[in-house]
Design a protein. Structure first.
Length: 153
């Protein structure tokens, strides 16, 4: 009976080790050719400098700082947030308008997929893509550029 308990304990230990260590090992075996830098951190100005952008500040509030940027890759909106919750709420609201989002710790860049892919090569981060959910009944024909999370706003 003790040998059986020892075998069960060893099996349980091996399973727990695989659960804990497995994802770490797999993370090191990523996509080979992807040269994605570590996710950038910093102020809006520091992030813009890393992205090779001269930010045109739109919103300068304690909870949100937002700027328009234009580089050789295209135009985008760059925003920084005071809290993780504020960032997630902003993204959830902006998702209604579709688009591609490059997301880092308390910052987000919004543009089309090609611009986001280029920015990711400079800022790292995670790409999120949303489909527009317009009902089609709006008087402006769904002009997304007027939304605060869209380029050109």
């Amino acid at each position: 009976m003790t040998k059986r308990n020892a075998t069960r304990s060893a099996a349980r230990y091996a399973w727990c080790a695989a659960v804990v260590v497995g994802p770490v090992l797999l993370a090191g075996c990523g996509g080979g050719g992807d040269d994605i830098p570590p996710t950038a951190t910093g102020t809006l100005e520091e992030l813009a400098a890393q992205a090779h952008c001269e930010p045109k500040l739109q919103t300068d509030a304690q909870e949100l700082r937002q700027a328009n940027c234009a580089t050789e890759d295209g135009r985008y909106v760059l925003a920084t947030f005071a809290t993780d919750r504020g960032q997630r709420e902003w993204i959830n609201e902006a998702n209604d308008y579709g688009g591609s989002y490059l997301v880092g710790r308390r910052w987000v860049a919004v543009s089309d997929a090609a611009v986001i892919a280029a920015l990711r090569g400079r800022l790292g981060g995670t790409v999120e893509t949303a489909s527009p959910h317009h009902s089609g009944s709006g008087g402006d024909g769904g002009n997304e550029a007027e939304h605060s999370g869209r380029p050109g706003s």
